[in-house]
Design a protein around this ligand. Structure first.
Ligand SMILES: [Zn+2]
Ligand SMILES: [Zn+2]
Length: 277
């Protein structure tokens, strides 16, 4: 084996496109620390995708609209520190709220984005499904109904056609509540929409560390994606430098088991496909 390859970790063909910055108020670490972590893991590319600003969301876990320039500077700093060996991509994790399309279009024009991740956290104005402070609402509303609401929102996010990558598809399972029976009844319409729209999906390893104990999405969802030839990216959803590329060996195996042979990369909104080794 060539010694150059040997000196890098096993993640040299992989990218991690979902990571955060302290601007979202619940992540920590400097641009340098995240980049050093990505270099240590031997990633081929690293992408920053903090929670995007919204004039319509009054929560405490995203950058403010006026902080966008600071975010762009943060990514610039990461790029400077990374140098030519590690491309650092500029992304954003955007909540999709029906009626907010024109804001998203404005935001899209404010920077040279490499990709956007579309996510659904809110299934009602005051209900973020991943917020432990209001997790009890799933119990009150009922799991079936909550899942129905969530996937309806997710489908609308996909169909908006504004995202290169769809984020943590089954986040609604975070606290471990799932309806009975074959869950593909929720997954199939979404996978079909992703195929129609032509976006990619992420395999997000953060779920392995939550009550659900599963990656987002579940293996059954991922198998449907592979069958429909939906492009895939691996992501850690890192909120701290030590979480960059976390569990990527497991994620790679899960992608291979689902039938994936390639992973997607993005630059300037353009997708390219690379062998999954
Ligand atoms: Zn977050
Ligand atoms: Zn998210």
């Amino acid at each position: 084996m060539n010694p150059g390859q040997n000196s890098r970790s096993g993640y040299s063909g992989l990218t991690d496109y979902h990571s955060h910055t302290p601007l979202c108020r619940h992540a920590e670490g400097t641009p340098e620390a995240y980049v050093d972590a990505a270099l240590r893991q031997g990633l081929a590319e690293y992408g920053v995708s903090d929670h995007g600003p919204s004039p319509n969301l009054d929560d405490d876990w995203r950058m403010a609209v006026e902080e966008l320039p600071e975010y762009l500077q943060w990514v610039e700093e990461a790029r400077r520190h990374a140098g030519p060996d590690l491309p650092v991509r500029l992304g954003l994790e955007c909540d999709f709220l029906p009626g907010e399309e024109s804001w998203l279009d404005t935001l899209r024009g404010r920077a040279d984005w490499d990709y956007w991740i579309g996510s659904v956290h809110y299934i009602a104005d005051d209900w973020a499904v991943d917020d432990p402070r209001i997790a009890f609402r799933i119990g009150e509303t009922g799991v079936e109904e909550t899942w129905g609401l969530y996937w309806k929102c997710y489908l609308a996010a996909v169909r908006s056609g504004r995202f290169e990558i769809m984020g943590h598809p089954d986040l609604v399972k975070k606290f471990g509540q799932r309806p009975a029976g074959d869950l593909r009844r929720y997954y199939e319409p979404v996978v079909e929409a992703m195929a129609d729209v032509g976006c990619a999906c992420e395999l997000n390893t953060a779920g392995w560390h939550k009550e659900c104990g599963e990656a987002y999405p579940a293996a059954e969802f991922l198998a449907l994606c592979a069958e429909a030839e939906i492009p895939l990216v691996l992501s850690s959803d890192a909120h701290a430098p030590e979480e960059v590329a976390r569990d990527f060996s497991q994620a790679r195996n899960m992608a291979l088991d689902a039938g994936y042979t390639h992973l997607a990369r993005f630059a300037g909104g353009q997708r390219s496909m690379h062998p999954l080794q």
